[in-house]
Design a protein around this ligand. Sequence first.
Ligand SMILES: [Mg+2]
Length: 349
Amino acid sequence: MLEEKNQEKTSLESLGEFGLIDHLTKDFPINHESTIKGIGDDAAVLDFKDKKTIVSTDLLVEGVHFDLSYMPLKHLGYKAVMVNLSDIYAMNAKATQITVSIAVSNRFPLEALEELYEGIALAAKAHKVDLVGGDTTSSRTGMLISITAIGEAKSEEIVYRSGAKPNDLLVVSGDLGGAYMGFQVLEREKEVFKVNPNSQPDLEPYSYIVERQLKPEARQDIVALLKSLDVHPTSMIDISDGLSSEILHLCKNSNVGCNLYEDKIPLDPTVISSCEEFKLDSTLVALSGGEDYELLFTIDQKEFPKIKGNPNLTVVGHTTDMNEGAFLISRNNSKIPLTAQGWNSFAKA
Ligand SMILES: [Mg+2]
């Protein structure tokens, strides 16, 4: 049975390195005028004319950043692209190109890489970015994926982490903590599966948070929304590590302090119910969970009427003078210093 299955799979060696790149990238279209030359020469050639070029890169390592026991390869490809595009959007820029490099061991057949590239293609299509280069090589153990995202913006449109002033409003898009709770659910199912491989997990009640973990969506739409509302963030960052560490980055880079209000942090009902089930504090999950890929930004108070009541945006606090420090104002009105807790803090909690 197993042997028969193996015969249907195509080994990577049979294609060779160049054959493999060709095979995986042949169906990617080129859409942007700024892409002068994509795949097929020694290097890509891009032309952004009078715009600034925005570049961000990320390296994902199997066993550190992803677990293939519950992460389908198609989702992994999609997520790897989203994680990178999120950084381009966090600069208030438009994403235009990506390069994708992978290292894989020969335990992966061609069909597995096709699945990975299907996810990459879906993400590229959804966010209209051109694949313009990359590399494939072999790895002795796990899989590595490195993606570079490239984008463009007018100089005056770019938003840095450093532009917040005291008394700006702190705003987040979407809701927080979902990706971490999705991770908790998937980890639990993995343990159940180890004990009983025939178990059929019912993930339906957790579909929102599982999707937040497996198929995050970088907030291109928020960049577009802010533009349409004529809102100009003074500083911005994407929420990849958890709200508290991202707020501290903005505060440090902008030389301001902040008050973050616990009761304002946007949480999906599924996050609240799963936190109760897992006996986790939902505020701590939102502050330290990470991987939500929402945007956190500051705006001048004058701009508040433009975002007031918008279901995609929540004011969670405000900046203060730097010497006032960075605090969480809890539901019972106590002032707790914000710390950049990693998620190891959960182990101790
Ligand atoms: Mg970032």
